[in-house]
Design a protein around this ligand. Structure first.
Ligand code: GLA
Ligand code: ZN
Length: 673
């Protein structure tokens, strides 16, 4: 986490809102926290109105008192600036702090994360309270990190945002001529002669969305504005406590802000993990891997997850016995050094009164959830620093990019079902199920440390990326590309001279047309190669590229429709490496076989061979490697440890040979040398 005084154990605890409780309850909480090995709380996330009852008048005494109690009990604090929910007096006195929505409605006070990130008044008051807190608590012994605001993500369309957007565009493009070119405004006669004529992308109608190039820039602008808004507080905090890490927690719904950009100036990444009851476990796994990528593989914080049900899902399922534990280990195994929950004590009223908590309304330790949290606390305590600061070694990288995400989904056609995260997940899942470790990779990263790079739907070709991919393959790497690759530039203008643009040589193909499939339609991939482990044919669908091979070899052809017999899966040998192209979305069975095939060719192996569903990952720190085996499912699974003997750090037992993991069983293994 990049902290100098980082405690040498997994941070365990979560959001605590003691401003809702009386003294007796707080004292009881301290007892219950200690018993459950809670070593950190995050606070006071929502206390701005209580801390600053009128402009410039502060009341910190109650917080001092709670902080004292926490430190007496040796519970650390992730100190939040309370700026996610501005006090009512501020919204009343300075309406400019309230956001305007996409329909032009000025919003009223009462929600949280409900302010205009560009409001001067908001930023002034936010920096002021951050400064008060930094001054007051800079020497607080339990201070572990600064948590700025909470889950940024409000899109505002006020006049101030409009004014700033124009300035942002002027800085980006210099002249209106350049802007007109980039936005291709000749289309539909949208030419502008002055930056002042530029409007925010607020108009929507049923047939067409706004010019995607404008929307794309607005999303970039909102990310930059939010980053500035974060920085406004962070710089104040850093001035007083240069050694304490500063960050903000990211919402589980991560599309609306480019998290790579947003976290650039953060000392660590932190995210709120709320898997839906029916999500496949590969989905939170993918999101964890994205979080690990934000700070180039460094450990991150799970700032929130629910110890039990949520209140905001359509159907709020209870966490099944043992579930909170396996979910927690999944995050730790994938790179988190902190496992925090929302929330420590369940609130009595308000929107979240039915949201799960470590301490429920029953207010006692005799609940299933408290016991599970407490058992997990004891276990993590035993684990100590075994995986702290541990890194993941992966030979496979998967490209992921927010601009690409936005552009793909903003565009009209070729299908209304375009869902980038879902597509990335489809490809990710095949590696996940084979337990092949994978890093999420930024397009700006160094590709050379990977043997295989998967680039699902790399629609937007940012400057220099195609060249880097070419070099990667040239030097012996294996590239896997798909339909919707190399179509547009950074401003969503399509390339001339056939897709995939600059990637045509390395892939050895060019795409002439793309057919869109109805959800109930499919085509097939008839394999021309008979190699193991491939079957003779598979289903495919979603989109079907009609392509021409130039230097690539056809590995499979379409089985039906007017393009029957044309290539749908190709490979191109290029330099010392090779590049595969998937012209259509294959069924899962193909992807599993394909991963096996590619791993066989490149000598990449899972950590252990296994049978049945089990998640296996490893982290390595200066003490060595720790391997996590997790069975999230109903059926038992078998893992072959082969010749070595390991110690299960959770119970100190030696294990070797083939181990069977029952449903919800977890093992954390270290090789005994
Ligand atoms: C978010 C917020 C929390 C809380 C939880 C509830 O992640 O950050 O304050 O509202 O959701 O699930
Ligand atoms: Zn605004």
């Amino acid at each position: 986490m990049g902290m100098k005084q980082k405690p040498p154990f997994i941070l365990y605890g979560g959001d605590y809102n003691p401003d809702q409780w009386d003294e007796k309850t707080i004292d009881q909480d301290m007892e219950l926290f200690k018993k459950a090995h809670i070593n950190l709380v995050t606070l006071p996330v929502f206390s701005w109105a209580k801390l600053e009852p009128e402009e410039g008048v502060y009341d910190f005494d109650w917080l001092d008192h709670i902080l004292e109690k926490l430190w007496q009990n040796r519970i650390y604090v992730c100190m939040a600036t309370p700026t996610t929910a501005q006090p009512a007096w501020m919204s009343a006195q300075y309406p400019e702090v309230l956001p305007v929505d996409i329909a032009g409605r000025k919003r009223t006070h009462g929600m949280r994360v409900f302010f205009c990130v560009n409001s001067t008044k908001y930023r002034e008051r936010a920096a002021a309270i951050a400064e008060q807190m930094a001054k007051r608590y800079q020497n607080y012994p339990g201070l572990v990190a600064w948590h700025v605001a909470n889950e940024y993500g409000t899109y505002c369309y006020c006049e101030n945002c409009q004014r700033k957007f124009r300035v942002w565009l002027k800085e980006r493009y210099g002249t209106v001529e350049e802007l007109n070119k980039r936005w291709n405004t000749a289309f539909w006669g949208r030419i502008v002669y002055d930056f002042e004529e530029i409007m925010l992308p607020t108009e929507l109608n049923d047939d067409y969305r706004f010019n995607p190039a404008v929307q794309l820039d607005y999303m970039r602008f909102v990310t930059d504005s939010t980053k500035e808004c974060y920085e406004n507080e962070a710089q104040v905090l850093r001035k007083y406590t240069p050694d304490i890490p500063v960050f903000s927690n990211i919402s589980g719904f991560i599309k609306k802000l480019d998290q790579f950009r947003l976290t650039e100036n953060m000392d660590c990444a932190g995210w709120d993990n709320y898997p839906g009851p029916r999500d496949e476990m590969s989905l939170p796994a993918l999101k964890h891997d994205i979080m690990r990528a934000l700070k180039d593989g460094r450990p991150y914080i799970i700032t929130e997850q629910s110890p039990n049900q949520q209140n905001w899902q359509p159907y709020n399922k209870l966490k099944r016995p043992g579930e909170v534990r396996t979910i927690a280990y999944q995050g730790i195994a994938r790179g988190a050094d902190a496992c925090l929950f929302f929330q420590m004590r369940q609130s009595v009223g308000g929107q979240e009164k039915f949201h799960g908590a470590v301490i429920s309304h029953a207010g006692t330790e005799n609940t299933r959830i408290y016991q599970e949290i407490s058992d997990l606390g004891a276990e993590l305590h035993t684990l100590g620093d075994a995986c702290i600061d541990g890194r993941t070694n992966a030979a496979v990288g998967m490209l992921f990019d927010w601009d690409n995400w936005w552009a793909l989904e903003l565009t009209s056609g070729p299908t209304q079902d375009m869902d980038y995260l879902d597509q990335v997940h489809t490809y990710y899942k095949a590696f996940y199920e084979k337990n092949i470790s994978l890093d999420i990779v930024k397009v700006s990263s160094d590709f050379s440390k990977y043997r295989v790079l998967v680039a699902p739907l790399l629609y937007m070709n940012k400057p220099g990326v195609a060249e880097k991919l070419e070099t990667f393959v040239q030097n012996g790497g294996t590239l896997i590309a798909t339909y919707m690759t190399g179509v547009a530039d950074e401003n969503d203008r399509c390339v001339f001279g056939a897709y995939p643009g600059k990637l045509r040589d390395v892939l050895g193909i060019w795409v002439e047309e793309t057919d869109s499939m109805y959800p109930d339609e499919s085509n097939s991939m008839v394999m021309r190669i008979q190699d193991e482990p491939f079957s003779s044919s598979y289903q495919c669908g979603f989109l079907c590229d009609l392509l021409h091979t130039t230097t690539a070899k056809t590995l499979a052809e379409y089985g039906s429709d007017f393009y029957k017999g044309r290539a749908c899966f190709t490979v191109n040998h290029y330099g010392k490496g090779k590049a595969y192209y998937l012209a259509s979305e294959p069924e899962k069975a193909f992807l599993l076989d394909f991963v096996e095939h590619v791993c066989g060719e490149t000598g990449i192996r899972p950590i252990f061979k296994s049978e049945g569903r089990v998640e296996i990952c490893a982290r390595e720190n200066e003490k060595g490697e720790v391997i996590f085996l997790m069975n999230h499912w109903q059926e038992p699974a078998r893992v072959h440890l082969e010749k070595d003997t390991y110690c299960n750090l959770l119970n100190g037992e030696a294990v070797s040979g083939t181990v069977t993991l029952k449903s919800r069983e977890v093992m954390v293994l270290r090789r005994i040398v």
